[in-house]
Design a binder for this molecule. Sequence first.
Ligand code: PEP
Ligand code: MG
Length: 568
Amino acid sequence: MQTIKGNPGAPGIAIGTIVLYTKQASDPAEEMTFATARAACVEQMKQLRQRALEEVGEEQAKIFTAYQMLLEDAYLFQPMERRIAAGEPPEQAIGAECEAVAQRFAGMKQDYLRQRADDIRNVGNLLINRMKGAEPGLVLPEGESKVLLAAYELTPADTFLLDKKRLGGLITEQGGATSHTVILAKSMGIPAITGVRQVLSALGQHQNAVMDGQTGELILDPDAQTVQSYLQKQDSQHAFREKVDRLDCRQAVTKDGEIVRLCANIGSPRDMDALQNEEYDGIGLFRTEFLYADSAAEPTMAEQEAAYRAVLERADGREVIIRTLDIGGDKEVPYLRLPKEQNPFLGNRGLRLCLERRELFVRQLEAILTASAGKQVKIMFPMVTEISELVEAKRCLGEAEHVLLEKGQPCCEKVKIGMMVETPAAAVMAESFAACCDFMSIGTNDLTQYVTAADRGNPHVQKLYCPYHPAVIRLIANTAAAGLKTGTEVSVCGELGGNPLFLPLLIGLGIGKLSMAPALLKTARFLICHMAKRDTEQLARQILELEDADQIEAALQRTYQKLLKNIS
Ligand code: PEP
Ligand code: MG
């Protein structure tokens, strides 16, 4: 028995036999030219889009529309065509051009944008395989046990075409939590693990295994006792899911009456689709950098306004927190010509950059104020370390208001100003910062990275990037206490805000609002409705006494397991 630790992908437990997928066409059809293969791939994406629309839904179908658009993108394909016409082997030309574009995405800070690098590479591979005559779609072997498909990487098309009756789970080396393949696996209810190193040599063909997509654990050759315990875990997870799906409470209220507001994190107006059938109290974090990173030039005022207006309208009177541009030296937005930096995460990012590129910043503020005329909007600044930065940011907001006033342009009159607490400086000085703004939201993704001095995107230091670290928790506690003392709203909008293990602790520390990915809202509401505020406060007191991350993790796990037990 051997345990391998990958990264959590799509939740769920699967027990079965490993099948290694190497993408060699076993019975190749006729080889194709570049142009015919490209047209065939476009056609296939259209068909998959239609099938996805019928079988899983619009959100998933859009993945194939995005692939179709990439395949039709002249900017991506013209250089390849030129190289092939000049005599370069197509595989080399396609690979090199896709890699060059993928690299630009791979260096970006936001996980979502980094994952788009995989999409570009996938499109290249689709095309290369098609030219070699490989038909898409893999036939899974017949047999008693479910197939745990292990591959270096899988495209959404590969994933979608698999026989769901035979498929138990997916294990890949590439891809991440926000890769399209993982998003599809989630909607198909297939457990997935990513980031398994040397996947094709570390795992054996037809080896028995158990996988847990929630923890990222893969157990090879499990003994009977392990299989039994995972079967039980699988049963209780199914039962839990059913209960969550039956939940009919519209608001997250603890058993002793404490209301916790649950909001959603979005990155574009399109993400509002995922909230169509959800109960939520507002948008707790609208990451606006996508607007800038997804286009070839700074978005026009009209484009910016349209994006903000669309979100405000679809939020339908609920609060909306728009976070101003949070890009930095590590995220390439070519038209901004950001100089290369030695330590980009410690460099010119977030509000620092905006204060330096003041005109760009003021234009964004003008667009937000215009789009929210007659409505209420909250504006939040990222990566703050000094009070003077907050003061300067407010001055920029004043400038934007002045410009609009001069033009006679109606604009929002009741803007609330807030900041992200994601640097140790801001968390330690939370009380002083609280006096200078209307609300604060803790960005636990960056806070963890800065407190532990471990790059959030570097797999070599992932063990050190530990949100259970007592220093991280004490800084969250300090910020929550500052909020309570000064009457300033404090929320959490980093990943911990939607993490079931952390929910009782955050509520116990006095956090009254959590913002998370739309898919996590229902489970969070369900869990909160089964907690008592006084128990969470007791837990928070206990956790703050602990000095060791492992002990804290174990205590949170125990509390969570107890909560689950009490529910059943
Ligand atoms: C955070 O740092 O926790 C956060 C929400 O911001 P981002 O992940 O966009 O850096
Ligand atoms: Mg952040």
